[in-house]
Design a protein around this ligand. Structure first.
Ligand code: FAD
Ligand code: THG
Length: 813
């Protein structure tokens, strides 16, 4: 790519205009933005968005995107008036569940640095006098948020870009992407080809169709959403000027899937309370023919009737009015509610920035500009990465089902362990039938069914509790999708031995003459060790941020088995792999049982012709051998921190392997154990979970993973390492044995919020909940911090980690 690339942006909506601004602000001034429509009310979603910007999101990244958007929009100038009106935002609760959940949301706000306050009903009504006080239990007020005038914000950003050299061309439809030799070279329009080194598809809900032309799946579904304006509302008359339009906070009534804003003396009502209405783009032109814009469908009045009822109940002043203008507007929904960003892996220079709300637009544009120009965005964007989807999640059926579900749940209270009920059972391990017989309760992850605990262990659990094993009571929220049986499973892993289904652990065969050199260059630790070695090592991005933590088992001179965290790891490795290296996903073709616990050796040795003693088969070594008649690969690795092995075999032997081990384990009291026990044990042991505890936002030193970095060799990201970390990932141990945390709780010290938890789990070994927390480096081991769990404050002590077995005696015996 030339020093200053020639960039074409498809789409002059809020994303395309903001991106042009961000690129040109960084000196990348050869930018041409093409739009099919007129400027700047192009006819896309931006043209009619009512522009409510709420910032707080369970995702730190999405919150950061929204925060940047507000900062940026507030500073924009437009001749017609404001681009952002910071009227504040109020989210009200009309049910006890919502009121409790607003406490959780207030925690996210504090953790991610958004000013906000929980208010009683009287204060809510003081802020928003149209509210019926008797309907509400309380509200969450965030003063900095407000209304974006999306078209003005788009134009103001476009003008800034134009002043630096960018060009905007209206009425120019992109018909195709032009490329050669695996690189984009331009786009084709009716007026001919426009040359480009970089093409960014910011075409809103049309983007998936365009991307399809270059073989890219962009999992989004265009969906209609109702927006209505009332007639004049008496109490509003005279309150707002035509210019300001609004003075009351923007309002959310999520229990009824509604939001509200003022339009001078009228109220605008947005509703998600109707059936999902996915849009078929093939019919769109015909369906929108009578409408002012190609992103507007005719209003369907019957769908709005319940919303109107609910709106009048919350805001009785609407009573005498009626809906005067309304439409069904179209915008994108995705399977997980996150945006879609990144570069096509097989077509260099083709980027997407799709499924972006006005709310997150400037943040997404900034990150995209950094990514294109600097090689990596400053903010961690893994939740939005184009390549985060498993193959199964890229099927049209899956995209439609999950995106539709995302629409239905857009304002719902979602528990962190609540998994979808549709499209289950897609990926099951060879042990699935056994797990069902044993009464497994399944979580879902990456399409896999993953036992969370086994009801078959209920009796042994009860016996342990009767004998005195602690099992603190849980509140309703934390008791959901959870069972006390998991405590017994964790306990028995430390005391006896347990079997864990590790099949969903994604693994690749990395092979070829260049395999060792490739992994040396891509990862931080020394992996060029003897055949039979296993290495724990990190993938860093160019900025030294942790892209993943992986293990690499050298099974032959030119062949490694690499176990990773997500499809993003395949993407990263595949982008960098030289011709003499192949990367093959072997997850589904193989399976794995983790056998861990002090009795693991007693249980497995009799099945194995090879010596499994500590001397003969050392910690972090691999062996290809047999258990009874079954060929297996054993890795002496344990994410739960116990003696034992990950035992792999190919899928056809899976059921036999389970039966063999289960039968052999009976004499040793083996139990099958699930994800909850697994998570608890790894948190005790101080092991990080990528994506939850650590991301690209963190360098190894901050994450406590410097031990896996060898500075004596070269690797991607090395140049960027060095600065002393300002925040550190710490283990904290709660004082109260009954205190619970689930992760993403705000952490306080010295009276202010200083950080947030990531993973949290009840540890049966220490009889307390343990969490990881990102805390300022000045917070020392032994200090007390306060954790806000949905409004309940718990004290916890910062602990050196790992909390359990820092000497590694359990694991190395
Ligand atoms: P768009 O604004 O759709 O821009 C895409 C552009 O690409 C269009 O101008 C289109 O003409 C152009 N284009 C497409 N294909 C081509 C092609 N082949 N060649 C050339 N040009 C092409 N978000 C919020 O944050 N807050 C809200 O309160 C809010 N309310 C909403 C209410 C409604 C009723 C709707 C419909 C949406 C709402 N949204 C809201 C969502 C928000 O409007 C969109 O997510 C956002 O505007 C998308 O911006 P964009 O730039 O990606 O897409
Ligand atoms: N097993 C295997 N691969 C994996 C995981 C796994 N890859 C992805 C993910 N899980 C990686 N996470 C970890 C985290 C910690 C360890 C292993 C995988 C671990 N750490 C030792 C420690 O910190 O004490 C490593 C010590 C060393 O480097 O010698 O065991 O679960 N196969």
């Amino acid at each position: 790519m030339p020093e200053v690339p020639k960039v074409v942006v498809i789409g002059a909506g809020i994303v395309g205009t903001s991106l042009a601004d961000e690129l040109t602000a960084r000196g990348c001034t050869d930018v041409t933005v093409l739009d099919r429509g007129p400027l700047f009310a192009t006819g896309g979603s931006t043209s009619h968005a009512p522009g409510l910007v709420f910032q707080t999101n369970s995702s730190k990244t999405m919150t950061a995107f929204a925060r940047y958007t507000v900062e940026k929009f507030a500073a924009l100038h437009h001749p017609d008036g404001w681009a952002f009106n910071p009227v504040g935002g109020l989210e009200v609760a009309t049910t006890p569940e919502r009121w409790a959940d607003l406490h959780r949301k207030a925690g996210w706000a504090a953790a991610w640095g958004i000013e906000g306050r929980l208010l009683d009903p009287a204060d809510c009504v003081r802020l928003h006098p149209l509210l019926d006080r008797d309907q509400i239990l309380g509200g969450f007020h965030t003063p900095a948020v407000g209304l974006a005038k999306a078209v003005r914000a788009a134009e103001a950003q476009a003008r800034q870009a134009i002043s630096r050299g960018a060009t905007f061309r209206p009425h120019t439809e992109v018909l195709d992407i032009v490329h050669s030799g695996g690189r984009v070279t331009g786009v084709r329009t009716q007026a001919g080809v426009v040359d480009a080194d970089v093409v960014v598809c910011a075409a809103g809900f049309w983007g998936a169709e365009l991307a399809k032309r270059v073989g890219l799946v962009v999992p989004l579904v265009p969906m209609a959403h109702q927006y209505a304006r009332t007639g004049r509302i008496e109490p509003l008359v005279g309150r707002n000027t035509e210019l300001a339009e609004a003075g009351l906070p923007i309002l959310r009534h999520q229990d009824q899937d509604l939001y509200f804003r003022e339009h001078v003396d009228r109220i605008g009502i947005g509703s998600y309370s109707h059936q999902p209405m996915p849009v078929d783009l093939a019919n769109l032109l015909a369906d929108t023919a009578g409408e002012p814009m190609p992103s507007m469908l005719p209003f369907t009045e019957d769908d709005f009737a319940p919303a109107w009822q609910a709106a009048r109940t919350l805001l009785p002043a609407l009573g005498d009015s009626k809906v005067e203008e309304a439409f069904n507007g179209i915008f994108s929904f995705t399977p997980d509610g996150f945006s879609i960003m990144g570069e096509h892996r097989d077509l260099h220079g083709f980027w997407v920035a799709e499924a972006v709300w006005v709310t997150h637009s400037a943040g997404v544009a900034k990150a995209t500009a950094e990514w294109i120009l600097d090689g990596a965005p400053q903010v961690d964007v893994h939740e939005c990465d184009l390549y985060r989807f498993e193959d199964v999640a890229r099927s049209p059926r899956f995209i439609m089902q999950t995106s539709t579900q995302a629409f239905v749940e857009v304002y719902d209270i979602i528990h962190p362990y609540q998994f979808r009920s549709a499209l289950r059972g897609l990926r099951t391990s060879p042990f699935y039938a056994r797990q069902q017989e044993l009464g497994a309760f399944f979580y879902e992850g990456g399409g896999w069914e993953r036992p969370a605990w086994y009801e078959a262990n209920a009796a042994v659990a009860q016996q342990l509790f009767d004998d005195g094993l602690a099992c603190p009571p849980r509140d309703d929220w934390s008791a959901r999708y959870w069972s006390p049986i998991s405590i017994a499973e964790a306990h028995l892993t430390r005391e006896r031995v347990a079997m864990y289904d590790m099949t969903p652990l994604t693994r690749y065969e990395v092979a070829g003459p260049g395999a060792a050199a490739f992994l040396q260059r891509m990862t931080t630790n020394n992996v060029d060790k003897s055949v039979g070695s296993v290495s724990y090592t990190l993938l860093l991005d160019e900025t030294g941020g942790i892209r993943s933590d992986i293990t690499a088992a050298r099974l032959a001179e030119q062949r490694y088995q690499v176990a990773v965290n997500s499809p993003l790891d395949y993407d990263w490795l595949a982008r960098h792999a030289p011709d003499d290296v192949t990367i093959r996903d072997i997850t589904g073709a193989t399976c794995c049982i983790g056998v861990w616990g002090p009795l693991a050796r007693d249980m497995v040795q009799p099945l194995c012709p090879d010596d499994l003693s500590n001397e003969a088969f050392k910690y972090f070594r691999a062996k290809q051998t047999h258990l009874d008649a079954i060929p297996v690969t054993m890795l002496r690795v344990s994410y739960v921190g116990e003696l034992g092995w990950e035992i792999y075999t190919s899928a056809e032997y899976g059921a036999a392997l389970w039966d063999l081990l289960y039968a052999a384990g009976q004499a040793h009291g083996v139990v099958p154990a699930g994800r909850i026990a697994f998570n608890s044990l790894r948190v005790e042991k101080g092991y990080r979970l990528w994506g939850t505890d650590i991301t690209t936002e963190h360098q190894p030193a901050a994450a406590g993973l410097e031990f896996a970095v060898r500075t004596g060799k070269d690797f991607v990201g090395k140049q960027a390492l060095g600065a002393a970390p300002r925040t550190l990932l710490r283990s904290i141990v709660f004082d109260d044995a009954a205190a619970v945390a689930l992760g993403k709780e705000a952490v306080y010290a010295d009276g202010g919020c200083v950080g947030y938890t990531t993973s949290a789990a009840y540890s049966t070994t220490v009889g307390r909940t343990i969490a990881y927390a990102w805390l300022p480096a000045r917070v020392a081991i032994g200090d007390t911090v306060v954790v806000d769990y949905r409004g309940t404050r718990h004290t916890a002590v910062v602990h050196g980690d790992p909390v359990v077995d820092p000497q590694m005696t359990r694991i190395r015996r």
